[in-house]
Design a protein around this ligand. Structure first.
Ligand code: GLP
Length: 243
């Protein structure tokens, strides 16, 4: 793993954007694996700024997102589909037909997982962007998820429901299930960039980089991938033992 420690969230976002933008500029037909959450918002802002200032085009870029809440339609403000439009898709020239997320309101959940896995088989991520949960989850792959997992329906842990409740009116409104790419879908990406910021992520970051490789901390699976860059700010790096 390559680890880049930056001063703050803004410089973390810029470093991560550099990696993704290099992929977009090199291959106008790249497939971007994208993530939601507060962590990548600044990186998306940098990508939008670059699009506006330098004209980097997303006309032929496609994307696959990590996850989506079960039960929320794409029109719901807390859905990840909505998040992606708001923070990236509506602000660059990507064709929405080339973007994909699991469908939160699909009638048959297993059929939806099968559809998404089939799609991922045809859209290998040129780069996969990740955040990390405070318990070390990636996507919504909670502790205990096997490293060979593919897209599946997840029962969210109480910890994740609590973490994510800040965006909902009350904790009772947070969906209890989500679709998530599995860990093997994530590891299939050609390149991975994971961003984390703030003290709240310091434990998970330490486990990911220095802890035992185990499904107990899903992010440790990334140590088995040949091209991972961890971009973290000083607070998220504060528990690392090694320089
Ligand atoms: C959610 C998402 C993850 C994300 C995590 C951290 O659980 N499913 O993909 O990495 O939250 O979110 P944040 O960046 O807001 O801390």
């Amino acid at each position: 793993m390559k680890v880049i420690i930056t001063e703050d969230y803004l410089s973390m976002s810029r470093e991560a954007a550099k990696i993704v933008l290099a992929v977009v500029k090199k291959n106008p037909r790249a497939v971007l694996g994208l993530a939601t959450g507060d962590s990548p918002i600044g990186m998306y802002e940098e990508m939008i700024r670059d699009h506006e200032q330098n004209g980097t085009s997303y006309e032929f870029i496609s994307s696959v997102n990590l996850d989506e809440y079960v039960g929320l339609p794409a029109s719901h403000v807390q859905s990840y589909a909505y998040f992606m439009r708001k923070h990236l898709f509506d602000r660059v020239n990507i064709d929405l037909n080339n973007t994909a997320l699991p469908d939160g309101v699909a009638k048959d959940k297993q059929a939806e997982c099968d559809r998404y896995n089939a799609l991922l088989a045809t859209k290998r991520q040129s780069v996969q962007v990740l955040g990390i949960g405070s318990n070390g989850h990636i996507g919504f792959n909670e502790p205990g998820t096997p490293f060979d997992s593919v897209t599946h329906v997840v029962d969210l842990t109480p910890n994740t429901i609590k973490d994510n409740s800040r965006l909902f009116a009350s904790v009772d409104e947070v969906p209890t299930q989500a679709y998530s790419m599995g860990i093997s879908n994530i590891l299939n990406a050609e390149k991975i960039v994971i961003v984390a910021s703030g003290e709240k992520k310091a434990w998970a970051v330490r486990q990911m980089i220095e802890g035992e490789i185990s499904p107990a901390v899903p992010a440790t699976a990334l140590r088995g991938h040949k091209d991972v860059t961890v971009v973290i700010d000083a607070a998220a790096a504060s528990l690392l033992r090694r320089e």
